[in-house]
Every structure is written in C-alpha cells, then in structure tokens.
Design a binder for this molecule. Structure first.
Ligand code: ARG
Length: 457
C-alpha cells in the first residue's frame, strides 16, 4: 500500500508503479533524507508540535535505520515508491505510532527539494576537492617546466615559442575558474526549502529558520511555491560541470595529439593506455579519448534539464523527478573524469627535447626577427614584410632563420648584424617575454608562486 493509498480504490498497476517509482535512483540520498527528517522533528519538538519523547523515539528510529542501511542489515526495498516512502515505512514498522507523526508539516515536495539540495551541496564539495587535486598536479608540472620550451600554436600552426609551464598555466586558469563557479552556485543555492510544504506552507507554527540553521543553510527560502519548484541550481551545476568537461576535453584533445607518433611531445603511462586486439605495436590514449567522449553526456544532461523545466507550471510537477538521473549521471561522469584525468596527467612523461626541437623549426622566432628590425628603427609593417621574405628564402632552401649566413640576411636587409642570431635564439625569444601573463620563465615563476598561495588559501 502506498503512503497516499487512502483515497484510492483500484488495485495498483505494476507497469504504472514502475514508471512512477524513483527508488532505483533516489535511494542514493538516503543519508540526506534521514538527516533532513532528524532536523525536521527536532524543530517540530522545539515548537511543541511533537513531544520530547516522540522526538526521541523518532530520532533513535531514524538513526537505527541509517546505521542498518550503512551496514547492509537493512536493504532498501526495490518495490518502495521512493526513498522518502521507504524511510517513513521503515520507521513506522520499527517504532510504531510515533513514526506516523514524522511527516507532520511537511510534503514530499519540500522534502525532495531539501534532499536534493543537501546531496548537491555534498557533491559540490567532492567536485571541488577533485578540481583542487587536478590543480595541484598542474602546479607541479608548471614548477617543473618553467624552461621546457615548446611551440605555441594558433590555428594548430606553429606560432611563437612558449614553455610547457605556460601552456599548463592556461589550463590552471580554466580549472581555477571552474572552482569559483562551483562556489558561486553553493552560495546561491544555500537556502532551506523545508517547511514550504506541498506548495503553500503549512498551518503549523514551524520555525523554518531553525531547521535551516540545523542543516547548515544560510537561511530559509522566502517563497513556498518557488521552494518546491526551483531547480535552477541543478541547471547551474550542470552548466558548471559541462564547462569543466569542455576544459578536460580540450586538454584531452591536446594530449592525444601530443602523444601521437607525429608529435611525440609526451608519452602516456602504460597504466593510462590500452592496446589493440589486432595491431601489436599500438598504445592508445583511450582514457583521454573517453574523457573527450563523455563530455557529450554531460552536455546532454544540461540540455535535458533545461528542456524538462521549460514548460512546467508552478509549483511541483512530477516532470521534476527527471532531474535526478540526469544530474546524478553528470556528477558521476564529471567526478570520474576528473579523477582519471589527474592520474593520467601526473604519470605522463614530457619529451622535453622533442618539444624544444619542435619549437626551433616552423619559424616560431619570425616575430622576434621582425622585433629585432623594429628595435633598429624599421617600422613594424616594413619589418613584417622583410621577415616574410626571409621565411620564403628559407623555405626555398629548406633551412631555418638560425641557419642563414649574415650575408644572406644582409642581402635581404642591411639592418641585420651579427647579434641577430642571439635575438632569435629560442631561449632569448621566450626569456624576453616578461610582460604580465607572458611565458618568460621569470614572470611565470612569480605566477606559479601566486598559484601556490591560491591553493593554500
Ligand atoms: N520522487 C519524487 C521526485 O523525485 C518525490 C516527490 C514526490 N512528490 C509528489 N507529489 N509525488 O520528485
């Protein structure tokens, strides 16, 4: 018999029950459900709505259920409608009539809104901790590679030389923003919906601020209809996770390229690679590819929940039950990807020589050759044209700017002197880039120190 069976006369239909039930997925927040109920009865007793003895029996009963579910002594009934019904039924069967008072002044609508918020708050903490681990791994890579030269790309064409530290630093910034997005969501969502009832509050003298404070919320929600129908924070969370995944996916794409035969900038650890069933020589970057692939799932969750919410009239409607599987899957996926990606990054080897050699060809120092001319009084636009001709000359001869003789330089522009070779040396090109945010090792070192401080805060 259902919680709400009183008004019904017909037999239940199994297919309808299965279609309607959420126990298979909302059982994952049994802890939050019990925690919310304990706060609720604590408040009910403070307000004189329950006696102290009823409160004590209920809390002892709920704590027993929690302990037994944790230990496996109590199995969550797969035929229950949802976790709320299951806990209430278990309580009544354990403590009898006092258990029947648990749901006083509450509806499953505010209850599920509360459980979901409590659950998401915990998961935001877990996501944040995983992002911090990733940032620490990145910071180590940054500190170790301040002078690991590599080509910087635009349009996937070699552009100007940078360092691996600087490249990793770009990702550090992205994941730092991801953390701050999570903390923004946390701030905005931290209001307690319990006591909103089905949609219109209750006639009992509840102290909603008290319940809110027991559960670590900043305050109670202000509008009971909004309280039971607000899923904005789930949309924000899916959006923040989609952004995390987009960053992981871009990084994965680069690692896949860098790990390829053509680049050979890095080598992934055997533990994070897989073989081929037919080609014995293969060592494939499957983990990075899966992270890139799973990004689509998380985007899907965001699109689905936005679409589910768009036509829902106030206040609670059952459509909203669809929020759970989507958000749970997106959270599991994002957490899994963060953990694996961090492990993959921490064990990845950088082929510093290959990276440096790659930075030396492809004319990554062409801008510096133009800057040399500018420093000798040539207007930048003319300098650009002169170096363009140098590049054409080199391409024709199959050499680099560093290989040209001074006579060859002078034949194109008499401004060039012996010191051009020093000016376009790879190390010089990077070291001279010392403006704020640039790859010069001296400035990047200061940035890394700032990153360390930020992570220690
Ligand atoms: N399983 C439901 C959900 O996830 C709980 C709320 C049920 N409320 C109701 N009025 N049927 O949304």
């Amino acid at each position: 018999m259902k919680l709400w069976g009183g008004r019904f006369t017909k037999e239940e239909n199994t297919l309808v029950d299965q279609f309607n039930a959420s126990i298979s997925f909302d059982q994952r927040f049994y802890r939050q459900d019990i925690r919310g109920s304990i706060a609720h009865v604590t408040m009910l007793a403070k307000q004189g709505i329950l006696t102290a003895s009823e409160k004590e029996q209920i809390i002892a009963g709920l704590e027993g259920i929690l302990a037994d579910v944790e230990s496996g002594a109590l199995k969550i009934d797969p035929d229950a409608e949802d976790i709320h019904s299951f806990v209430e039924a278990a309580l009544i069967s354990r403590i009898g009539s006092a258990g029947k008072k648990l749901h006083t002044g509450r509806s499953r609508n505010d209850q599920v809104a509360l459980d979901m918020k409590l659950y998401i708050r915990d998961e935001i903490g877990a996501l944040d901790a995983l992002l911090k681990e990733l940032l620490l791994t990145l910071l180590t890579l940054i500190e170790e590679n301040l002078e690991t030269y590599m080509p910087g790309f635009t349009h996937l064409q070699k552009a100007q030389p940078v360092t691996a530290a600087h490249h990793f630093g770009a990702y550090f910034e992205m994941f730092l923003r991801d953390r701050s997005r999570l903390s923004d969501i946390q701030k905005r969502m931290n209001t307690c919906p319990l006591g909103a009832g089905a949609l219109a509050g209750t006639t009992y003298p509840l102290d909603r601020e008290y319940t809110a404070s027991l559960l670590g919320f900043d305050c109670a929600t202000r509008n009971s209809m909004d309280s039971v129908s607000d899923r904005d924070y789930l949309i924000e969370l899916c959006s923040a996770m989609a952004t995390v995944m987009m960053h992981l996916s871009r990084f994965s794409e680069e690692i896949i390229l860098w790990n390829s035969n053509e680049y050979q900038f890095v080598e992934l650890d055997d533990a994070y690679s897989t073989g081929s069933s037919i080609m014995p020589q293969k060592k494939n970057p499957d983990i990075a590819e899966l992270v890139r692939g799973k990004t689509g799932r998380v985007y899907g969750a965001l699109t689905s929940i936005l679409t589910t919410m768009k036509g829902i009239p106030l206040a609670y409607n059952k459509d909203m039950q669809e929020d759970k599987e989507l958000v749970f899957d997106a959270i599991d996926t994002t957490k899994g990807c963060l953990a694996l990606f961090t492990g993959m990054l921490a064990t990845m080897k950088l082929n510093k020589k290959v990276m440096e050699k790659s930075a030396m060809n492809g004319f990554t120092n062409a801008t510096d050759a133009a800057d040399y001319l500018v420093n000798h009084g040539v207007p930048f636009r003319d300098a650009h044209g002169i170096v363009g001709r140098l590049v054409l000359y080199c391409l024709d001869k199959g050499i680099t700017l560093d290989d040209m003789s001074l006579e060859e330089y002078k034949a194109i522009s008499p401004v060039f002197e012996q010191d051009i070779y020093e000016a376009i040396r790879l190390k010089t090109c990077v070291e001279k880039r010392t403006t704020l945010g640039a790859p010069g090792p001296s400035v990047m070192k200061r940035t890394a120190e700032e990153y360390r401080r930020l992570l220690e805060e």
